[in-house]
Design a protein around this ligand. Structure first.
Ligand SMILES: NC(=[NH2+])NCCC[C@H](N)C(=O)O
Ligand SMILES: [Mn+2]
Ligand SMILES: [Mn+2]
Length: 312
């Protein structure tokens, strides 16, 4: 089923937004994700699938001096994360507005505050499929780590106490337009937030129980019952099992298989509704060289599947 997203302009154009950013978490190296994915051949591979490919980046984000960016509460690098994600929102928004498909390469998952804000500014009815081992929905009150990559979803939903630094994030995402797949490392406070806000989540337990085909169908039935709303797919590579994608900062065993991860991407492409894609948390500095190559190859193939590559 060859489906070009019905929201995109012809000729179908993908714009790679390279975001070499690691300020939402403590491990260096995740900022090298975009350049390594590009050097692994991603741009040519997308072009092979019949897309016109633009390249926006690698964004060189203005450094914020650590001395002028002290923690707010326990939130680390708040001004830096805010400034960078706001710039990403503008980049994604400008590409989406032209009918292009922004493919944002991270970098850590705090970037999704920017990418999803950008998508929502163009397509207010967008639903978000968040594929991750983690819920990334901590608030300023609930976070134990202070790492903002564990918090972007709460900012997008507008829950938790307001952090003035992030006042540019308009809480435009409604809880019923968000669905998770792959969760298996969710903090106690996050579980409460998911419950209190009635947020639909398919953990690995449901993937085991129903199989990935049924899970994706149920996930889309929830956020996109008539299959007519734009879809933003935010894929954290740590959703995959660490045996499949080892080079990432917060690996959690018991994850998606290679095929389960690709199936999600293929099924979302088939809807013809994809308007934005994130691939986050690839950290080429973690693990041995062979594992890094493997993770990069998997990252590229996930993007290809979301952009229309099929097995037959
Ligand atoms: N994008 C990620 N890999 N997030 C991991 C978050 C882990 C933990 N829940 C935290 O808030 O710190
Ligand atoms: Mn994660
Ligand atoms: Mn994440």
């Amino acid at each position: 089923m060859a489906a070009i997203s019905r929201f995109l302009a012809e000729p179908k154009t993908a714009t790679i937004v390279g975001c070499p950013f690691s300020g939402g978490q403590p491990r260096p190296g995740v900022d090298k994700g975009p350049i390594h994915l590009v050097e692994a051949g991603l741009i040519d591979q997308i072009a092979e699938l019949g897309w016109k490919v633009n390249f926006d980046g690698h964004h060189q984000f203005e450094e914020v001096d650590a001395k002028v960016d002290p923690p707010i509460g326990i939130l680390k690098n708040p001004r830096l994360v805010s400034r960078v994600t706001e710039a990403v929102a503008q980049a994604v928004s400008s590409h989406a507005r032209k009918g292009e498909l922004p493919v944002t390469l991270g970098g850590d998952h705090s970037l999704a505050m920017g990418t999803i804000s950008g998508t929502l500014s163009v397509y207010p009815e967008t639903c978000v499929v968040w594929v991750d081992a983690h819920a990334d929905i901590n608030t300023a009150e609930s976070t134990g780590s202070g790492n903002i990559h564990g918090m972007p979803v709460s900012f997008l939903l507008g829950i938790g106490s307001k952090v003035p630094e992030f006042s540019w994030v308009k809480p435009l995402l409604k809880a019923e337009r968000l669905v998770y797949i792959g969760l298996r490392d969710v903090d106690a406070g996050e579980k409460r937030i998911l419950r209190e806000n009635n947020i639909k989540a398919f953990s690995m337990h449901e993937v085991d129980k129903y199989g990935i085909g049924k899970v994706v169908e149920m996930a889309l039935d929830h956020v996109n019952p008539n299959r007519d709303l734009p879809i933003h797919l935010s894929f954290d590579v740590d959703a995959l099992d660490p045996s499949v994608a080892p080079s990432t900062g917060t690996p959690v065993r018991g994850g998606l298989t290679f095929r389960e991860g690709h199936y999600i991407c293929e099924a979302i492409y088939e809807t013809g509704l994809l308007v934005a894609l994130d691939l986050m948390e690839v950290n080429p500095s973690l693990a041995d060289p062979a594992s890094v190559q493997q993770t990069l190859a998997v990252g590229c193939s996930l993007v290809r599947s979301a952009l229309g590559e099929t097995l037959l």
